[in-house]
Design a protein. Structure first.
Length: 347
């Protein structure tokens, strides 16, 4: 890695990257919800998304758009078994969450990602969170329960359960990614490539085992009238999933953690309003309060981590673990070293 200092990104570049990230993330959520509202085969939908992303990875590799060449090493595949298992289950649960809850409630349903991540880091990596970090987690947790208990609209308990399970799996996945990153030589690009490819191979038989075979046949035969929506939605979300891996990493690279968190917050608020507009979601006072509390706790966490890292290192900043559906990163709090890692491949 080149140790020479990089020039700070220009304001125009930062603005362009932030807008790219927000638009891509919002489009991904809305397009996923659009398709999931019309299909009873969410796992097959996820499989098609992964396959499209794999094809785009291959095209980009042929055109030499990536700094690293894509490989297929059986030894690497064996080293990523735990990550792939978590990725398949986590992405499946994310799709089920979005299928059963409103687009405007999706952020609340997955609102426990930050507390789960801090808890997992403590249990596995033995990183001791400060009192202010624990306070931020308490605020986020309170926001989650405000949304669940005081929303005032009919909520899907199944969707909430999938959201909680998905958040916990993503938190564990962050730690696993940290452990398996050396298997691919520290390349997040190769990790994303292998995760997509191997997840698709594992998910293919799972689609049949989950009983989606009849739904897939009906969909392909056009008997349920949703084939056009499914095909267009798959193409759009597959391409967006590929772009999200780029958008997230660009956002992390050229912006500060505060800027990245604010862009995530803007995305969360915008997704609620878009859910109201496109899907006629009901945003009650309880739901609005929940979203506000979750965002406040997340922003406070980011600010605290920024302050603590500056105090410990004296220079620069450490990018932090945050609730991000599209790209993520895990900071080595013990050594002060920062690594950018994709916590989720698609959603």
């Amino acid at each position: 890695m080149d140790a020479s200092p990089e020039k700070p990104a220009s304001k125009a570049r930062v603005t362009a990257v932030v807008l790219f990230y927000i638009v891509a993330a919002l489009s991904m959520i809305m397009a996923n919800k659009w398709v999931l509202n019309t299909t009873s085969a969410p796992l097959f939908f996820l499989l098609i998304q992964l396959l499209i992303a794999i094809i785009l990875f291959g095209i980009a590799d042929v055109l030499r758009l990536f700094p690293d060449r894509l490989t297929l090493d059986p030894k690497v595949c064996r080293g990523l078994v735990s990550l792939v298992a978590l990725n398949v289950i986590g992405l499946s649960f994310s799709n089920y969450t979005l299928k059963f809850v409103d687009a405007s409630f999706y952020q609340v349903a997955r609102g426990l990602l930050l507390p789960f991540t801090v808890a997992t880091s403590f249990l596995v990596l033995h990183t001791r969170p400060s009192a202010r970090i624990l306070l931020s987690c308490a605020v986020v947790t309170a926001g989650f329960f405000v949304g669940v208990l005081l929303d005032g609209t009919p909520l899907s308990l199944v969707g909430i359960a999938f959201g909680v399970a998905s958040s916990s799996l993503t938190a564990v996945q962050s730690v696993v990614i940290k452990q398996v990153l050396p298997v691919v030589g520290g390349s997040t690009l190769l990790l994303s490539w292998y995760a997509n490819l191997l997840s698709a191979l594992v998910l293919a038989p799972v689609v049949l085992l989950a009983g989606e075979g009849p739904s897939v046949l009906a969909l392909l035969a056009g008997r349920d009238g949703a084939v056009a929506t499914f095909l267009w939605g798959s193409l759009i979300t597959g391409a967006l999933g590929f772009l999200m891996s780029i958008a997230g990493l660009l956002s992390i690279k050229v912006t500060s953690p505060i800027t990245h968190m604010i862009s995530s917050a803007v995305r969360g608020v915008a997704s609620s309003f878009l859910g109201l507009w496109f899907f006629h979601d009901v945003i009650s006072s309880g739901r609005a309060s929940s979203i506000a509390v979750v965002l406040a706790g997340s922003i406070y966490y980011t600010w605290v981590k920024h302050q603590e890292t500056e105090a410990a290192a004296g220079t620069g900043y450490e990018r932090v673990v945050m609730d991000d559906l599209e790209a993520g990163k895990l900071a080595d709090e013990e050594g002060g070293k920062e690594e950018e890692v994709p916590t989720e491949t698609q959603i």
